[in-house]
Design a protein around this ligand. Structure first.
Ligand code: F3S
Length: 390
C-alpha cells in the first residue's frame, strides 16, 4: 500500500498512518470496525481542503463503514437557514467528493443513534470529540480522537496505528471524581462535564456518585467533559460498561453544588435578548425532538429569534413520521439537519445564543455570540419570548 500498489489515495493514506504511528510509537496497525470523518464543513475546509478531497476521490474507496460529521449546512433546506448559494455550491462539492469515496452521507455527530453502533471492545477511527468520548466510555469501544485526514486515511486502509486509547495500558483511570450533587435538568450534565473537565485536566476520570443516567444525558456529558479539558474516555461507576473492572484511582476530587454553579456562571454571559436558540449539540435524539414538539405545540417563535433543532436527517425522518416536524415548523422552528451551530458559517450573524449545550456555548463564543445555557424548557421559553428569563 505504501509503495502505491493500491493507488494514490491508499498510498497517501498509508503515508499519513505510518507518520502517525512513528510519532506515537505504534508497533502495529489494528483493523477498525468503522470510521467517522470530521472536517466536512466547507467553512472549515476552504478551497485547499476541497482540493485535497477531490485528489483522494479520484481513486479512493473506503474499506469500512464510514460516516461524516456535520457539514456547514442542511444539505436539503440550506436556504431556510440563511446559507448563501455560493457557500452551498462549495459545500455540495465537498459532499460529492465524499460520496465518490463510498462514504455514507449521514452528517451527524451521533452516528451511534443512526445505525453506526460499535461493539464493546471494537477498534474505531472516529473524529468528533463527543462521539469519540461516547464510543470509548458509554459503548466501551476503542478510538483515539482522529483528525479529519487521519480518519479518512483509516477508512481507505481499513486500519489505524495501534497507540493511545487502543491499548489497555492507556485506558486506566487516573483520577476518582466523587459527584456529590443532584443533576436535575439536561444542561446540568453539561455543567458537570465542565466542572470535571476543568478538574480532571486531561486525565481519565473514574466517576462515582451518579445513580442513573439517560442516553441524552450521557450524550450531553460526553460533549462537555472533553470540550472543557478531560481525555475522551471516562468511567462512571454503575453506568458505563467497563467501570467495574477498573482500579479506583487514589487521587480524588469532589464535585459539589458550588462547582455546578461555577460552571453555569462561567458558561453564561450577561445577555437577555436571544437571537438564536439551538438545541441538539450533540445532535438531537428522537426523544429530544419529541420533547421540543410537546413544549412548542400551539406557540410561536418570537419575530426576532430563530429556533433551530439540530439533528441527523435520519432522526428528522422519524420526526416527520411521528408529526413532531409539523408541530415544530408550525410554531416557526427550523430543522438544521446535517449541520450544527458550530460548523455552520454563523460568525457575526447572531449576537446571542440560548442552548442546552455546554459545548455549544464554547464554540458559539468563538462565533462571537453571547451564550446562555439551560434546560429544554428554558430554551423553548427563550425562543417564544425572545428573552432569557433568569
Ligand atoms: Fe455535534 Fe456540532 Fe455539538 S458536531 S457535538 S452539534 S458542536
Amino acid at each position: 500500500m505504501l509503495d502505491g500498489a493500491e493507488g494514490y489515495a491508499v498510498k497517501k493514506s498509508m503515508e499519513i498512518l505510518v507518520a502517525l504511528g512513528d510519532i506515537y510509537g505504534a508497533q502495529d496497525l489494528v483493523k477498525v470496525g468503522s470510521v467517522q470523518v470530521s472536517g466536512v464543513s466547507y467553512h472549515n475546509l476552504g478551497d485547499a481542503g476541497l482540493e485535497f478531497l477531490n485528489e483522494l476521490a479520484k481513486d479512493g474507496k473506503v474499506k469500512v463503514l464510514t460516516t461524516l460529521n456535520p457539514a456547514g449546512m442542511d444539505l436539503e433546506s440550506w436556504q431556510q437557514l440563511g446559507i448563501s448559494p455560493e457557500f452551498a455550491e462549495k459545500q455540495n462539492l465537498v459532499i460529492d467528493a465524499f460520496q465518490r469515496m463510498g462514504i455514507l452521507v449521514s452528517c451527524t455527530c451521533t452516528p451511534y443513534l443512526i445505525g453506526n453502533l460499535p461493539l464493546y471492545g471494537e477498534h474505531l477511527a472516529w473524529s468528533e470529540s463527543s462521539a469519540v468520548t461516547f464510543a470509548n466510555s458509554v459503548l466501551g469501544a476503542r478510538t483515539n480522537r482522529e483528525g479529519g485526514p487521519s480518519a479518512l486515511a483509516a477508512a481507505f486502509v481499513g486500519k489505524t496505528p495501534c497507540y493511545g486509547l487502543h491499548l489497555d495500558e492507556n485506558r486506566l483511570p487516573d483520577v476518582r471524581v466523587k459527584v456529590e450533587c443532584d443533576l436535575v435538568k439536561l444542561s446540568d450534565w453539561g455543567a458537570l462535564g465542565y466542572a470535571i473537565g476543568k478538574k480532571a485536566e486531561n486525565k481519565i476520570s473514574y466517576i462515582t456518585g451518579i445513580k442513573t443516567a439517560e442516553l441524552d444525558e450521557l450524550k450531553s456529558f460526553c460533549a462537555s467533559v472533553v470540550t472543557y479539558g478531560a481525555k475522551p474516555l471516562f468511567y462512571m461507576k454503575g453506568i458505563t460498561p467497563a467501570a467495574e473492572q477498573q482500579p479506583e484511582p487514589k487521587e480524588t476530587v469532589t464535585i459539589g453544588p458550588a462547582d455546578i454553579k461555577n460552571a453555569y456562571d462561567n458558561i453564561n454571559d450577561q445577555v437577555s435578548d436571544i437571537e438564536l436558540v439551538c438545541v441538539g449539540c450533540p445532535h438531537c435524539s428522537i426523544n429530544e425532538i419529541e420533547k421540543v414538539a410537546v413544549l412548542l405545540k400551539g406557540k410561536k417563535v418570537a419575530d426576532n429569534t430563530e429556533f433551530w433543532v439540530a439533528t441527523s436527517r435520519t432522526a428528522k425522518q422519524l420526526a416527520d413520521r411521528r408529526g413532531y416536524t409539523q408541530t415544530i415548523e408550525a410554531a416557526g422552528g427550523k430543522f438544521a439537519c446535517d449541520t450544527c451551530m458550530a460548523v455552520a458559517p454563523l460568525k457575526g450573524r447572531f449576537k446571542s445564543l440560548a442552548t442546552t449545550s455546554a459545548k455549544g456555548c464554547f464554540y458559539s463564543r468563538q462565533n462571537l455570540m453571547k451564550t446562555k445555557m439551560g434546560s429544554v424548557e428554558e430554551c423553548v421559553d427563550a425562543a417564544v419570548t425572545g428573552k432569557w428569563s433568569n
